[in-house]
Design a protein around this ligand. Sequence first.
Ligand code: PNW
Length: 454
Amino acid sequence: ITRAPATVAAASDAPFVWGVSTSSYQIEGAAAEDGKGPSIWDTYCRQPGRITDNDTGDVACDHYHRYAEDVALMKALGVGAYRFSVAWPRVQPKGRGAVNEAGLAFYDRLIDALLEARIEPWLCLYHWDLPQALGDLGGWANRDCAFWFADYAALIARRYGDRVKRFATFNESSVFTLFGFVMGGQAPGIADRTMFHRAIHHVNLAHGGAIDVLRSLVKDASLGIVHNIQPSRAATPAAEDVKAAALFDAYWNGAFADPQLLGHYPALIADLMEPWIAAGDIARICRPIDWFGLNHYSPLYMRAFDDNPIGVGWGAAPDSVPRTSFGWPIEPDAFRDTLLHVSKRYGLPVYVLENGRSNPDVVDEKGAVNDPDRIEFLKSYIGAMNQARAAGADVRGYFVWSLLDNFEWSSGFSQRFGIVYVDYATGQRIPKASYHWYADLIRATAPRPHSAAS
Ligand code: PNW
């Protein structure tokens, strides 16, 4: 039997991959098990009032113990790829120095189970759970963090590079730096413009350094970055709101992707970044990569706001725009436009590595979970993606966020994004109607497995 990943011929004839995404802190649990060190999220969740219901990721989906069941769910779903992240403090408890063999062995088991199920592992190095020991040294505001990250990348490359070829450096750098250092809602929960600007630059340096490490250590590596690109719109026509939305666009959509791929910071923030840029830095940051990972949920509606370090706050979408239970606008046309924009601006193959919606899902009397709103959402967004492809966007894959209901950061377990329902009291998984819908879609679009004889 030949290996037949779930692919479909795209408009461009490049193979197309269907997948699902998760992240370490949101699903693994086992927060203090087998030698794992604490992350800044372990710390942040312990500060009362930070998280809805004071939830934590201590147990989450207990994926650390139930990974085999989760891989079986993916195999039955028919996905060709799975994006997950490695918890840095699980494999290097203090973020530098000593490594934790038991933590490394967990990802060996996961990767081997995926390969056995013919699912390609897409490994993301950083989905926000920085080792607390590095947080104590200033975290991303400390320039040295970029170099500790390169060492961590080398550890991962040497350990898994024989079996894993797809690597992303960071997930949504704009989100964790803006929410962590400006807007609130994420670890480390500081509001400080200088630390924010330093963090932006150091994450960019860490990205470039890790790309070099992965390129040199992993044979046939396919390397990328994951950015959340969402149009930033003014919530009102007032001049100050228009200005605020433009500044937010520079931070949210440009502060990482532009220096990494075009070799310069966006004009609106270039002067602000200047003090932190040392000679040679831009060349270290702007390294060739193989693909652009795009996360997208909705456009953003922004307004001028005095009370934070950048003077930009959240506004509201027009009343006519439908929203999810999370309050996020549903605008598939913005997704189509974003795909076309990203494909053109950066000239790389695009993989959609997150898209989906939260829903107040419940188990019905028959034990089933019906989520027609999620199916509608996925249909309309995948339709928009196909429009973008037909119009020339080089989109090579689509990954649903998320395989499982999970720990939704400051919203704790109150928002369910999964296509598989998780009963947090028992750990039981129940595939939702959207899971079955997605399985059908994959089956309908994947080429038939061909035997050696045919
Ligand atoms: C992403 N926004 O975060 C993350 O990568 C996931 O870990 C997370 O669970 C998922 O989206 C759903 O929230 C985002 O404000 C955070 O538009 C905020 C926004 C978008 C994505």
